[in-house]
Design a protein around this ligand. Structure first.
Ligand SMILES: NC(=O)c1ccc[n+]([C@@H]2O[C@H](COP(=O)([O-])OP(=O)(O)OC[C@H]3O[C@@H](n4cnc5c(N)ncnc54)[C@H](O)[C@@H]3O)[C@@H](O)[C@H]2O)c1
Length: 256
């Protein structure tokens, strides 16, 4: 018995990293997976990985920041599977790192559109399906950057903080209709988005002293997607090796 037997799970940004790990885990747990990504190569590869493991997936190439593409994505999913039980809004980009005054309007718009507007668009188009079914689960990938300030990422941080609040908003709006909405706040996770700079980082600011793996976030997503979390909605599940427990103090040694 899988934890997601009979469920249809649509996962955005599933062509890589956290989305791919979640697609593989959800499929192992019995879900039929709709792999969504803007990039065809990654999406097709994830779909093949699921199928090679003997499970079921389809790929729908979509830019989740574009309204008409999201509408088509939901329609195509319904043609194939007739329902959407789990929506994992996970696609995201870091964007350019810069101080606020040096960030271009274009960079700001791109990050906000891909990270935050996409959550709105995918949820807006999927919630009516879930209302009709009488149930559904939405999981959003926010970040520790939505909870604390991380230097150099004003647009990214604002987009992720927006996801944390939008999660609470949607959770309250649809709680009585049996739709649960939660977000995950990963810390530093080894994936496409971080691959270039992780080797240059000293990781002692993370209490566990290491970066996380995509599979460790996927297991948090499984908890939120499954009936293990039936009384959990509006929550932000932090998966960060303890990063956000700490406020760094500029002390050379402890006061006596
Ligand atoms: N890796 C980390 O340290 C970390 C930490 C906190 C939060 N996150 C968040 O986790 C999520 C997944 O990131 P990841 O770490 O797996 O990175 P990743 O780069 O490996 O995966 C992101 C995927 O999203 C896809 N994507 C980007 N823009 C898209 C769009 N407009 N439409 C559809 N697909 C799009 C990419 O093609 C890619 O396959 C993101 O929302 C990211 O912000 C990552």
């Amino acid at each position: 018995m899988g934890k997601l037997d009979g469920k249809v799970a649509l996962i955005t940004g599933a062509g890589s990293g956290i989305g791919r790990a979640t697609a593989l885990l959800f499929a192992t747990e019995g879900a039929r997976v709709v792999v969504v990504d803007r990039v065809a190569d990654g999406g097709i590869e994830t779909t093949k990985m699921v199928e090679d493991a003997g499970d079921e997936a389809v790929f729908i190439q979509t830019d989740v920041s574009k309204s008409f593409e999201v509408e088509r994505m939901v329609k195509e999913t319904l043609v194939t599977y007739e329902r959407i039980d789990v929506l994992f809004n996970n696609a995201g980009i870091m964007g350019t790192m810069a101080l606020t005054a040096e960030l271009t309007e274009e960079d700001w718009d791109t990050v906000l559109d891909v990270n935050l507007k996409s959550v709105f668009l995918c949820s807006k188009n999927t919630i009516p399906v879930m209302l009709q079914q009488g149930s559904g689960v939405i999981i959003n990938t926010a970040s520790v950057h939505g909870l604390i300030r991380v230097p150099g990422c004003p647009a990214y941080g604002a987009s992720k903080a927006g996801i944390v609040l939008l999660t609470k908003q949607m959770a309250a709006e649809y709680a009585r209709q049996n739709i649960r909405v939660n977000c995950i706040c990963p810390g530093l996770i080894e994936s496409g988005i971080t691959a270039q700079y992780i080797p240059a980082l000293e990781l002692d600011y993370i209490p566990q002293g290491r970066a996380g793996q995509a599979e460790e976030v996927a297991r948090a997503a499984l908890y939120l997607a499954s009936d293990d979390s039936t009384y959990v909605t509006g929550a932000s599940l932090v998966v960060d090796g303890g990063w956000t427990t700490e406020v760094r103090m500029p002390l050379k040694e402890l006061p006596t």
